[in-house]
Structures are given as structure tokens and as C-alpha cells.
Design a protein around this ligand. Structure first.
Ligand code: DX5
Ligand code: ZN
Length: 222
């Protein structure tokens, strides 16, 4: 795989013309589709659910990386598998029995991710880091696209990288929120593997080129 992986966030796409934006991502250098599911309880916003994800999956030619910002995500693991999720991330803050939930995701044949809010310290992942495929590190408070990047993320990202190496885990670090041409190079330097980008891609005049510029920032292979 060629790193960094780029995951444009569909939350910032044009929902009145979603097919066009999905095809744009299909034809770009993006690696994954980042799909944000919000329930209005875990976060103060509601996004979209199963019918929309299923429709995306029918035309998407790249993996769906689904980020659940919902309470009790364990209730819906099979449903997200059914609509085509390949990577499924649940929030640390939303799971009392995180280990059980991670294994339920893996049993369905998906890659399992854990998302952490900006205030959640990386060291809380120490006893789960060997069991997961991805950490989705929030660099904004989850709920909305287009927010300001939280600067402490660089340090958290380096700390997480060190933890992953110390445990010889294969887990990838994904950064979600406020990724742009200023933050992305520093994030890659701090050890990020996957960059989610919503507003930066979709508000640009040439989204395909913006995706390519992120992809070619600091390419490396694993
Ligand atoms: C925020 C979502 C993000 C969001 C990122 O709650 O999890 O995936 O779409 O958007 P930007 O890149 O605009 O900050
Ligand atoms: Zn997200």
C-alpha cells in the first residue's frame, strides 16, 4: 500500500448530487471513502444512515471507512456490514465493553477501528492497541465538517505512533478533522498513515487535484 492513504469525507459532498461526487472520488487518487454517521445523541448533529450508505456502496469502487459517532454502536454492527462497510470505527467514549465490540466487528469480517475525541488521552488505548486495525484520532470535536484543527493533535499522534511501535501493532493512525495543506505535512511527520479530508477537498475549486496534492505529500510504502 502507498501511504499516506487519503479518505475524502463524504459529509462535505453535495448530497443533492451525491453520485457525481462519488464518481469523482472513484476517479481520483483517494484510497477510501470516509463515511460519518451521527445520531444526534453522541454528537449534536445527525448525518445519514443505512439507505444512503448502501447507495454509495453500489457505485463506490474503493473501501468504505465508516466512522460511527453514535451511542451503543454494538447494536448496529451487522447492519453496517450489510451496507458495505469494510472498516468500522466506534468511539472509545461510546463503548463500555470496547474489547467485545471490536471482536464483534472483526467477526463480521471488517477491519476494526477506535475513534478518540480530542480530550481522550492516547494512553487509554494501551490495552486494546494490539487488537485494532485503526485509530481514528479526532483533531476537531466530532459533529461537523469544516472546523478548526486542534494543535495538540501533533503531539498525540507522535505519542500514539510510539505506542504502536512499542507494542509491535499493525494499527494505522487516521487523522480526522481540519486536514489541509498546512496541517497534513506535520501530521505525516508525526506518524499519521491516513488523512481524512472533507472541507479541504470539497470546498476547493478542483477536488481531484486537492486529493492528489494530499496523496503526493510524503509518499511511502509499507
Ligand atoms: C467530524 C467528522 C469528520 C469531518 C471532517 O465529526 O468525523 O470526518 O467530515 O471534516 P473536515 O475535513 O472538513 O474537518
Ligand atoms: Zn469522521
Amino acid at each position: 500500500m502507498n501511504f499516506p492513504l487519503i479518505a475524502p469525507s463524504v459529509l462535505s459532498a453535495n448530497f443533492a448530487n451525491l453520485g457525481t461526487d462519488i464518481q469523482m472520488i472513484n476517479n481520483s487518487e483517494a484510497d477510501w471513502f470516509h463515511i460519518d454517521v451521527m445520531d444526534g445523541v453522541f454528537v449534536p448533529n445527525i448525518s445519514f444512515g443505512f439507505p444512503v450508505i448502501k447507495a454509495i456502496q453500489q457505485i463506490a469502487t474503493k473501501p468504505l471507512d465508516v466512522h460511527l459517532m453514535i451511542v451503543q454502536p454494538e447494536r448496529y454492527i451487522k447492519d453496517f456490514k450489510m451496507v458495505g462497510a469494510e472498516i468500522l470505527s466506534v468511539h472509545y467514549e461510546a463503548c463500555t465493553h470496547l474489547h467485545r465490540t471490536i471482536y464483534a466487528i472483526k467477526e463480521e469480517g471488517m477491519k476494526a477501528g477506535v475513534a478518540i475525541n480530542p480530550h481522550t488521552p492516547v494512553h487509554l488505548l494501551k490495552d486494546i492497541i494490539q487488537d485494532i486495525d485503526l485509530v481514528c484520532m479526532m483533531s476537531v470535536n466530532p459533529g461537523f465538517g469544516g472546523q478548526k484543527f486542534i494543535e495538540q493533535t501533533y503531539r498525540k499522534c507522535s505519542d500514539l505512533k510510539a505506542m504502536i511501535e512499542a507494542h509491535q501493532s499493525h494499527c494505522l493512525i487516521e487523522i480526522d478533522g481540519g486536514v489541509n495543506e498546512h496541517t497534513a505535512p506535520k501530521l505525516l511527520e508525526a506518524g499519521a498513515d491516513v488523512l481524512v479530508a472533507g472541507n479541504y477537498v470539497f470546498a476547493s475549486s478542483n477536488p481531484t487535484q486537492t486529493i492528489a496534492s494530499l496523496k503526493n505529500l510524503n509518499a511511502y510504502t509499507k
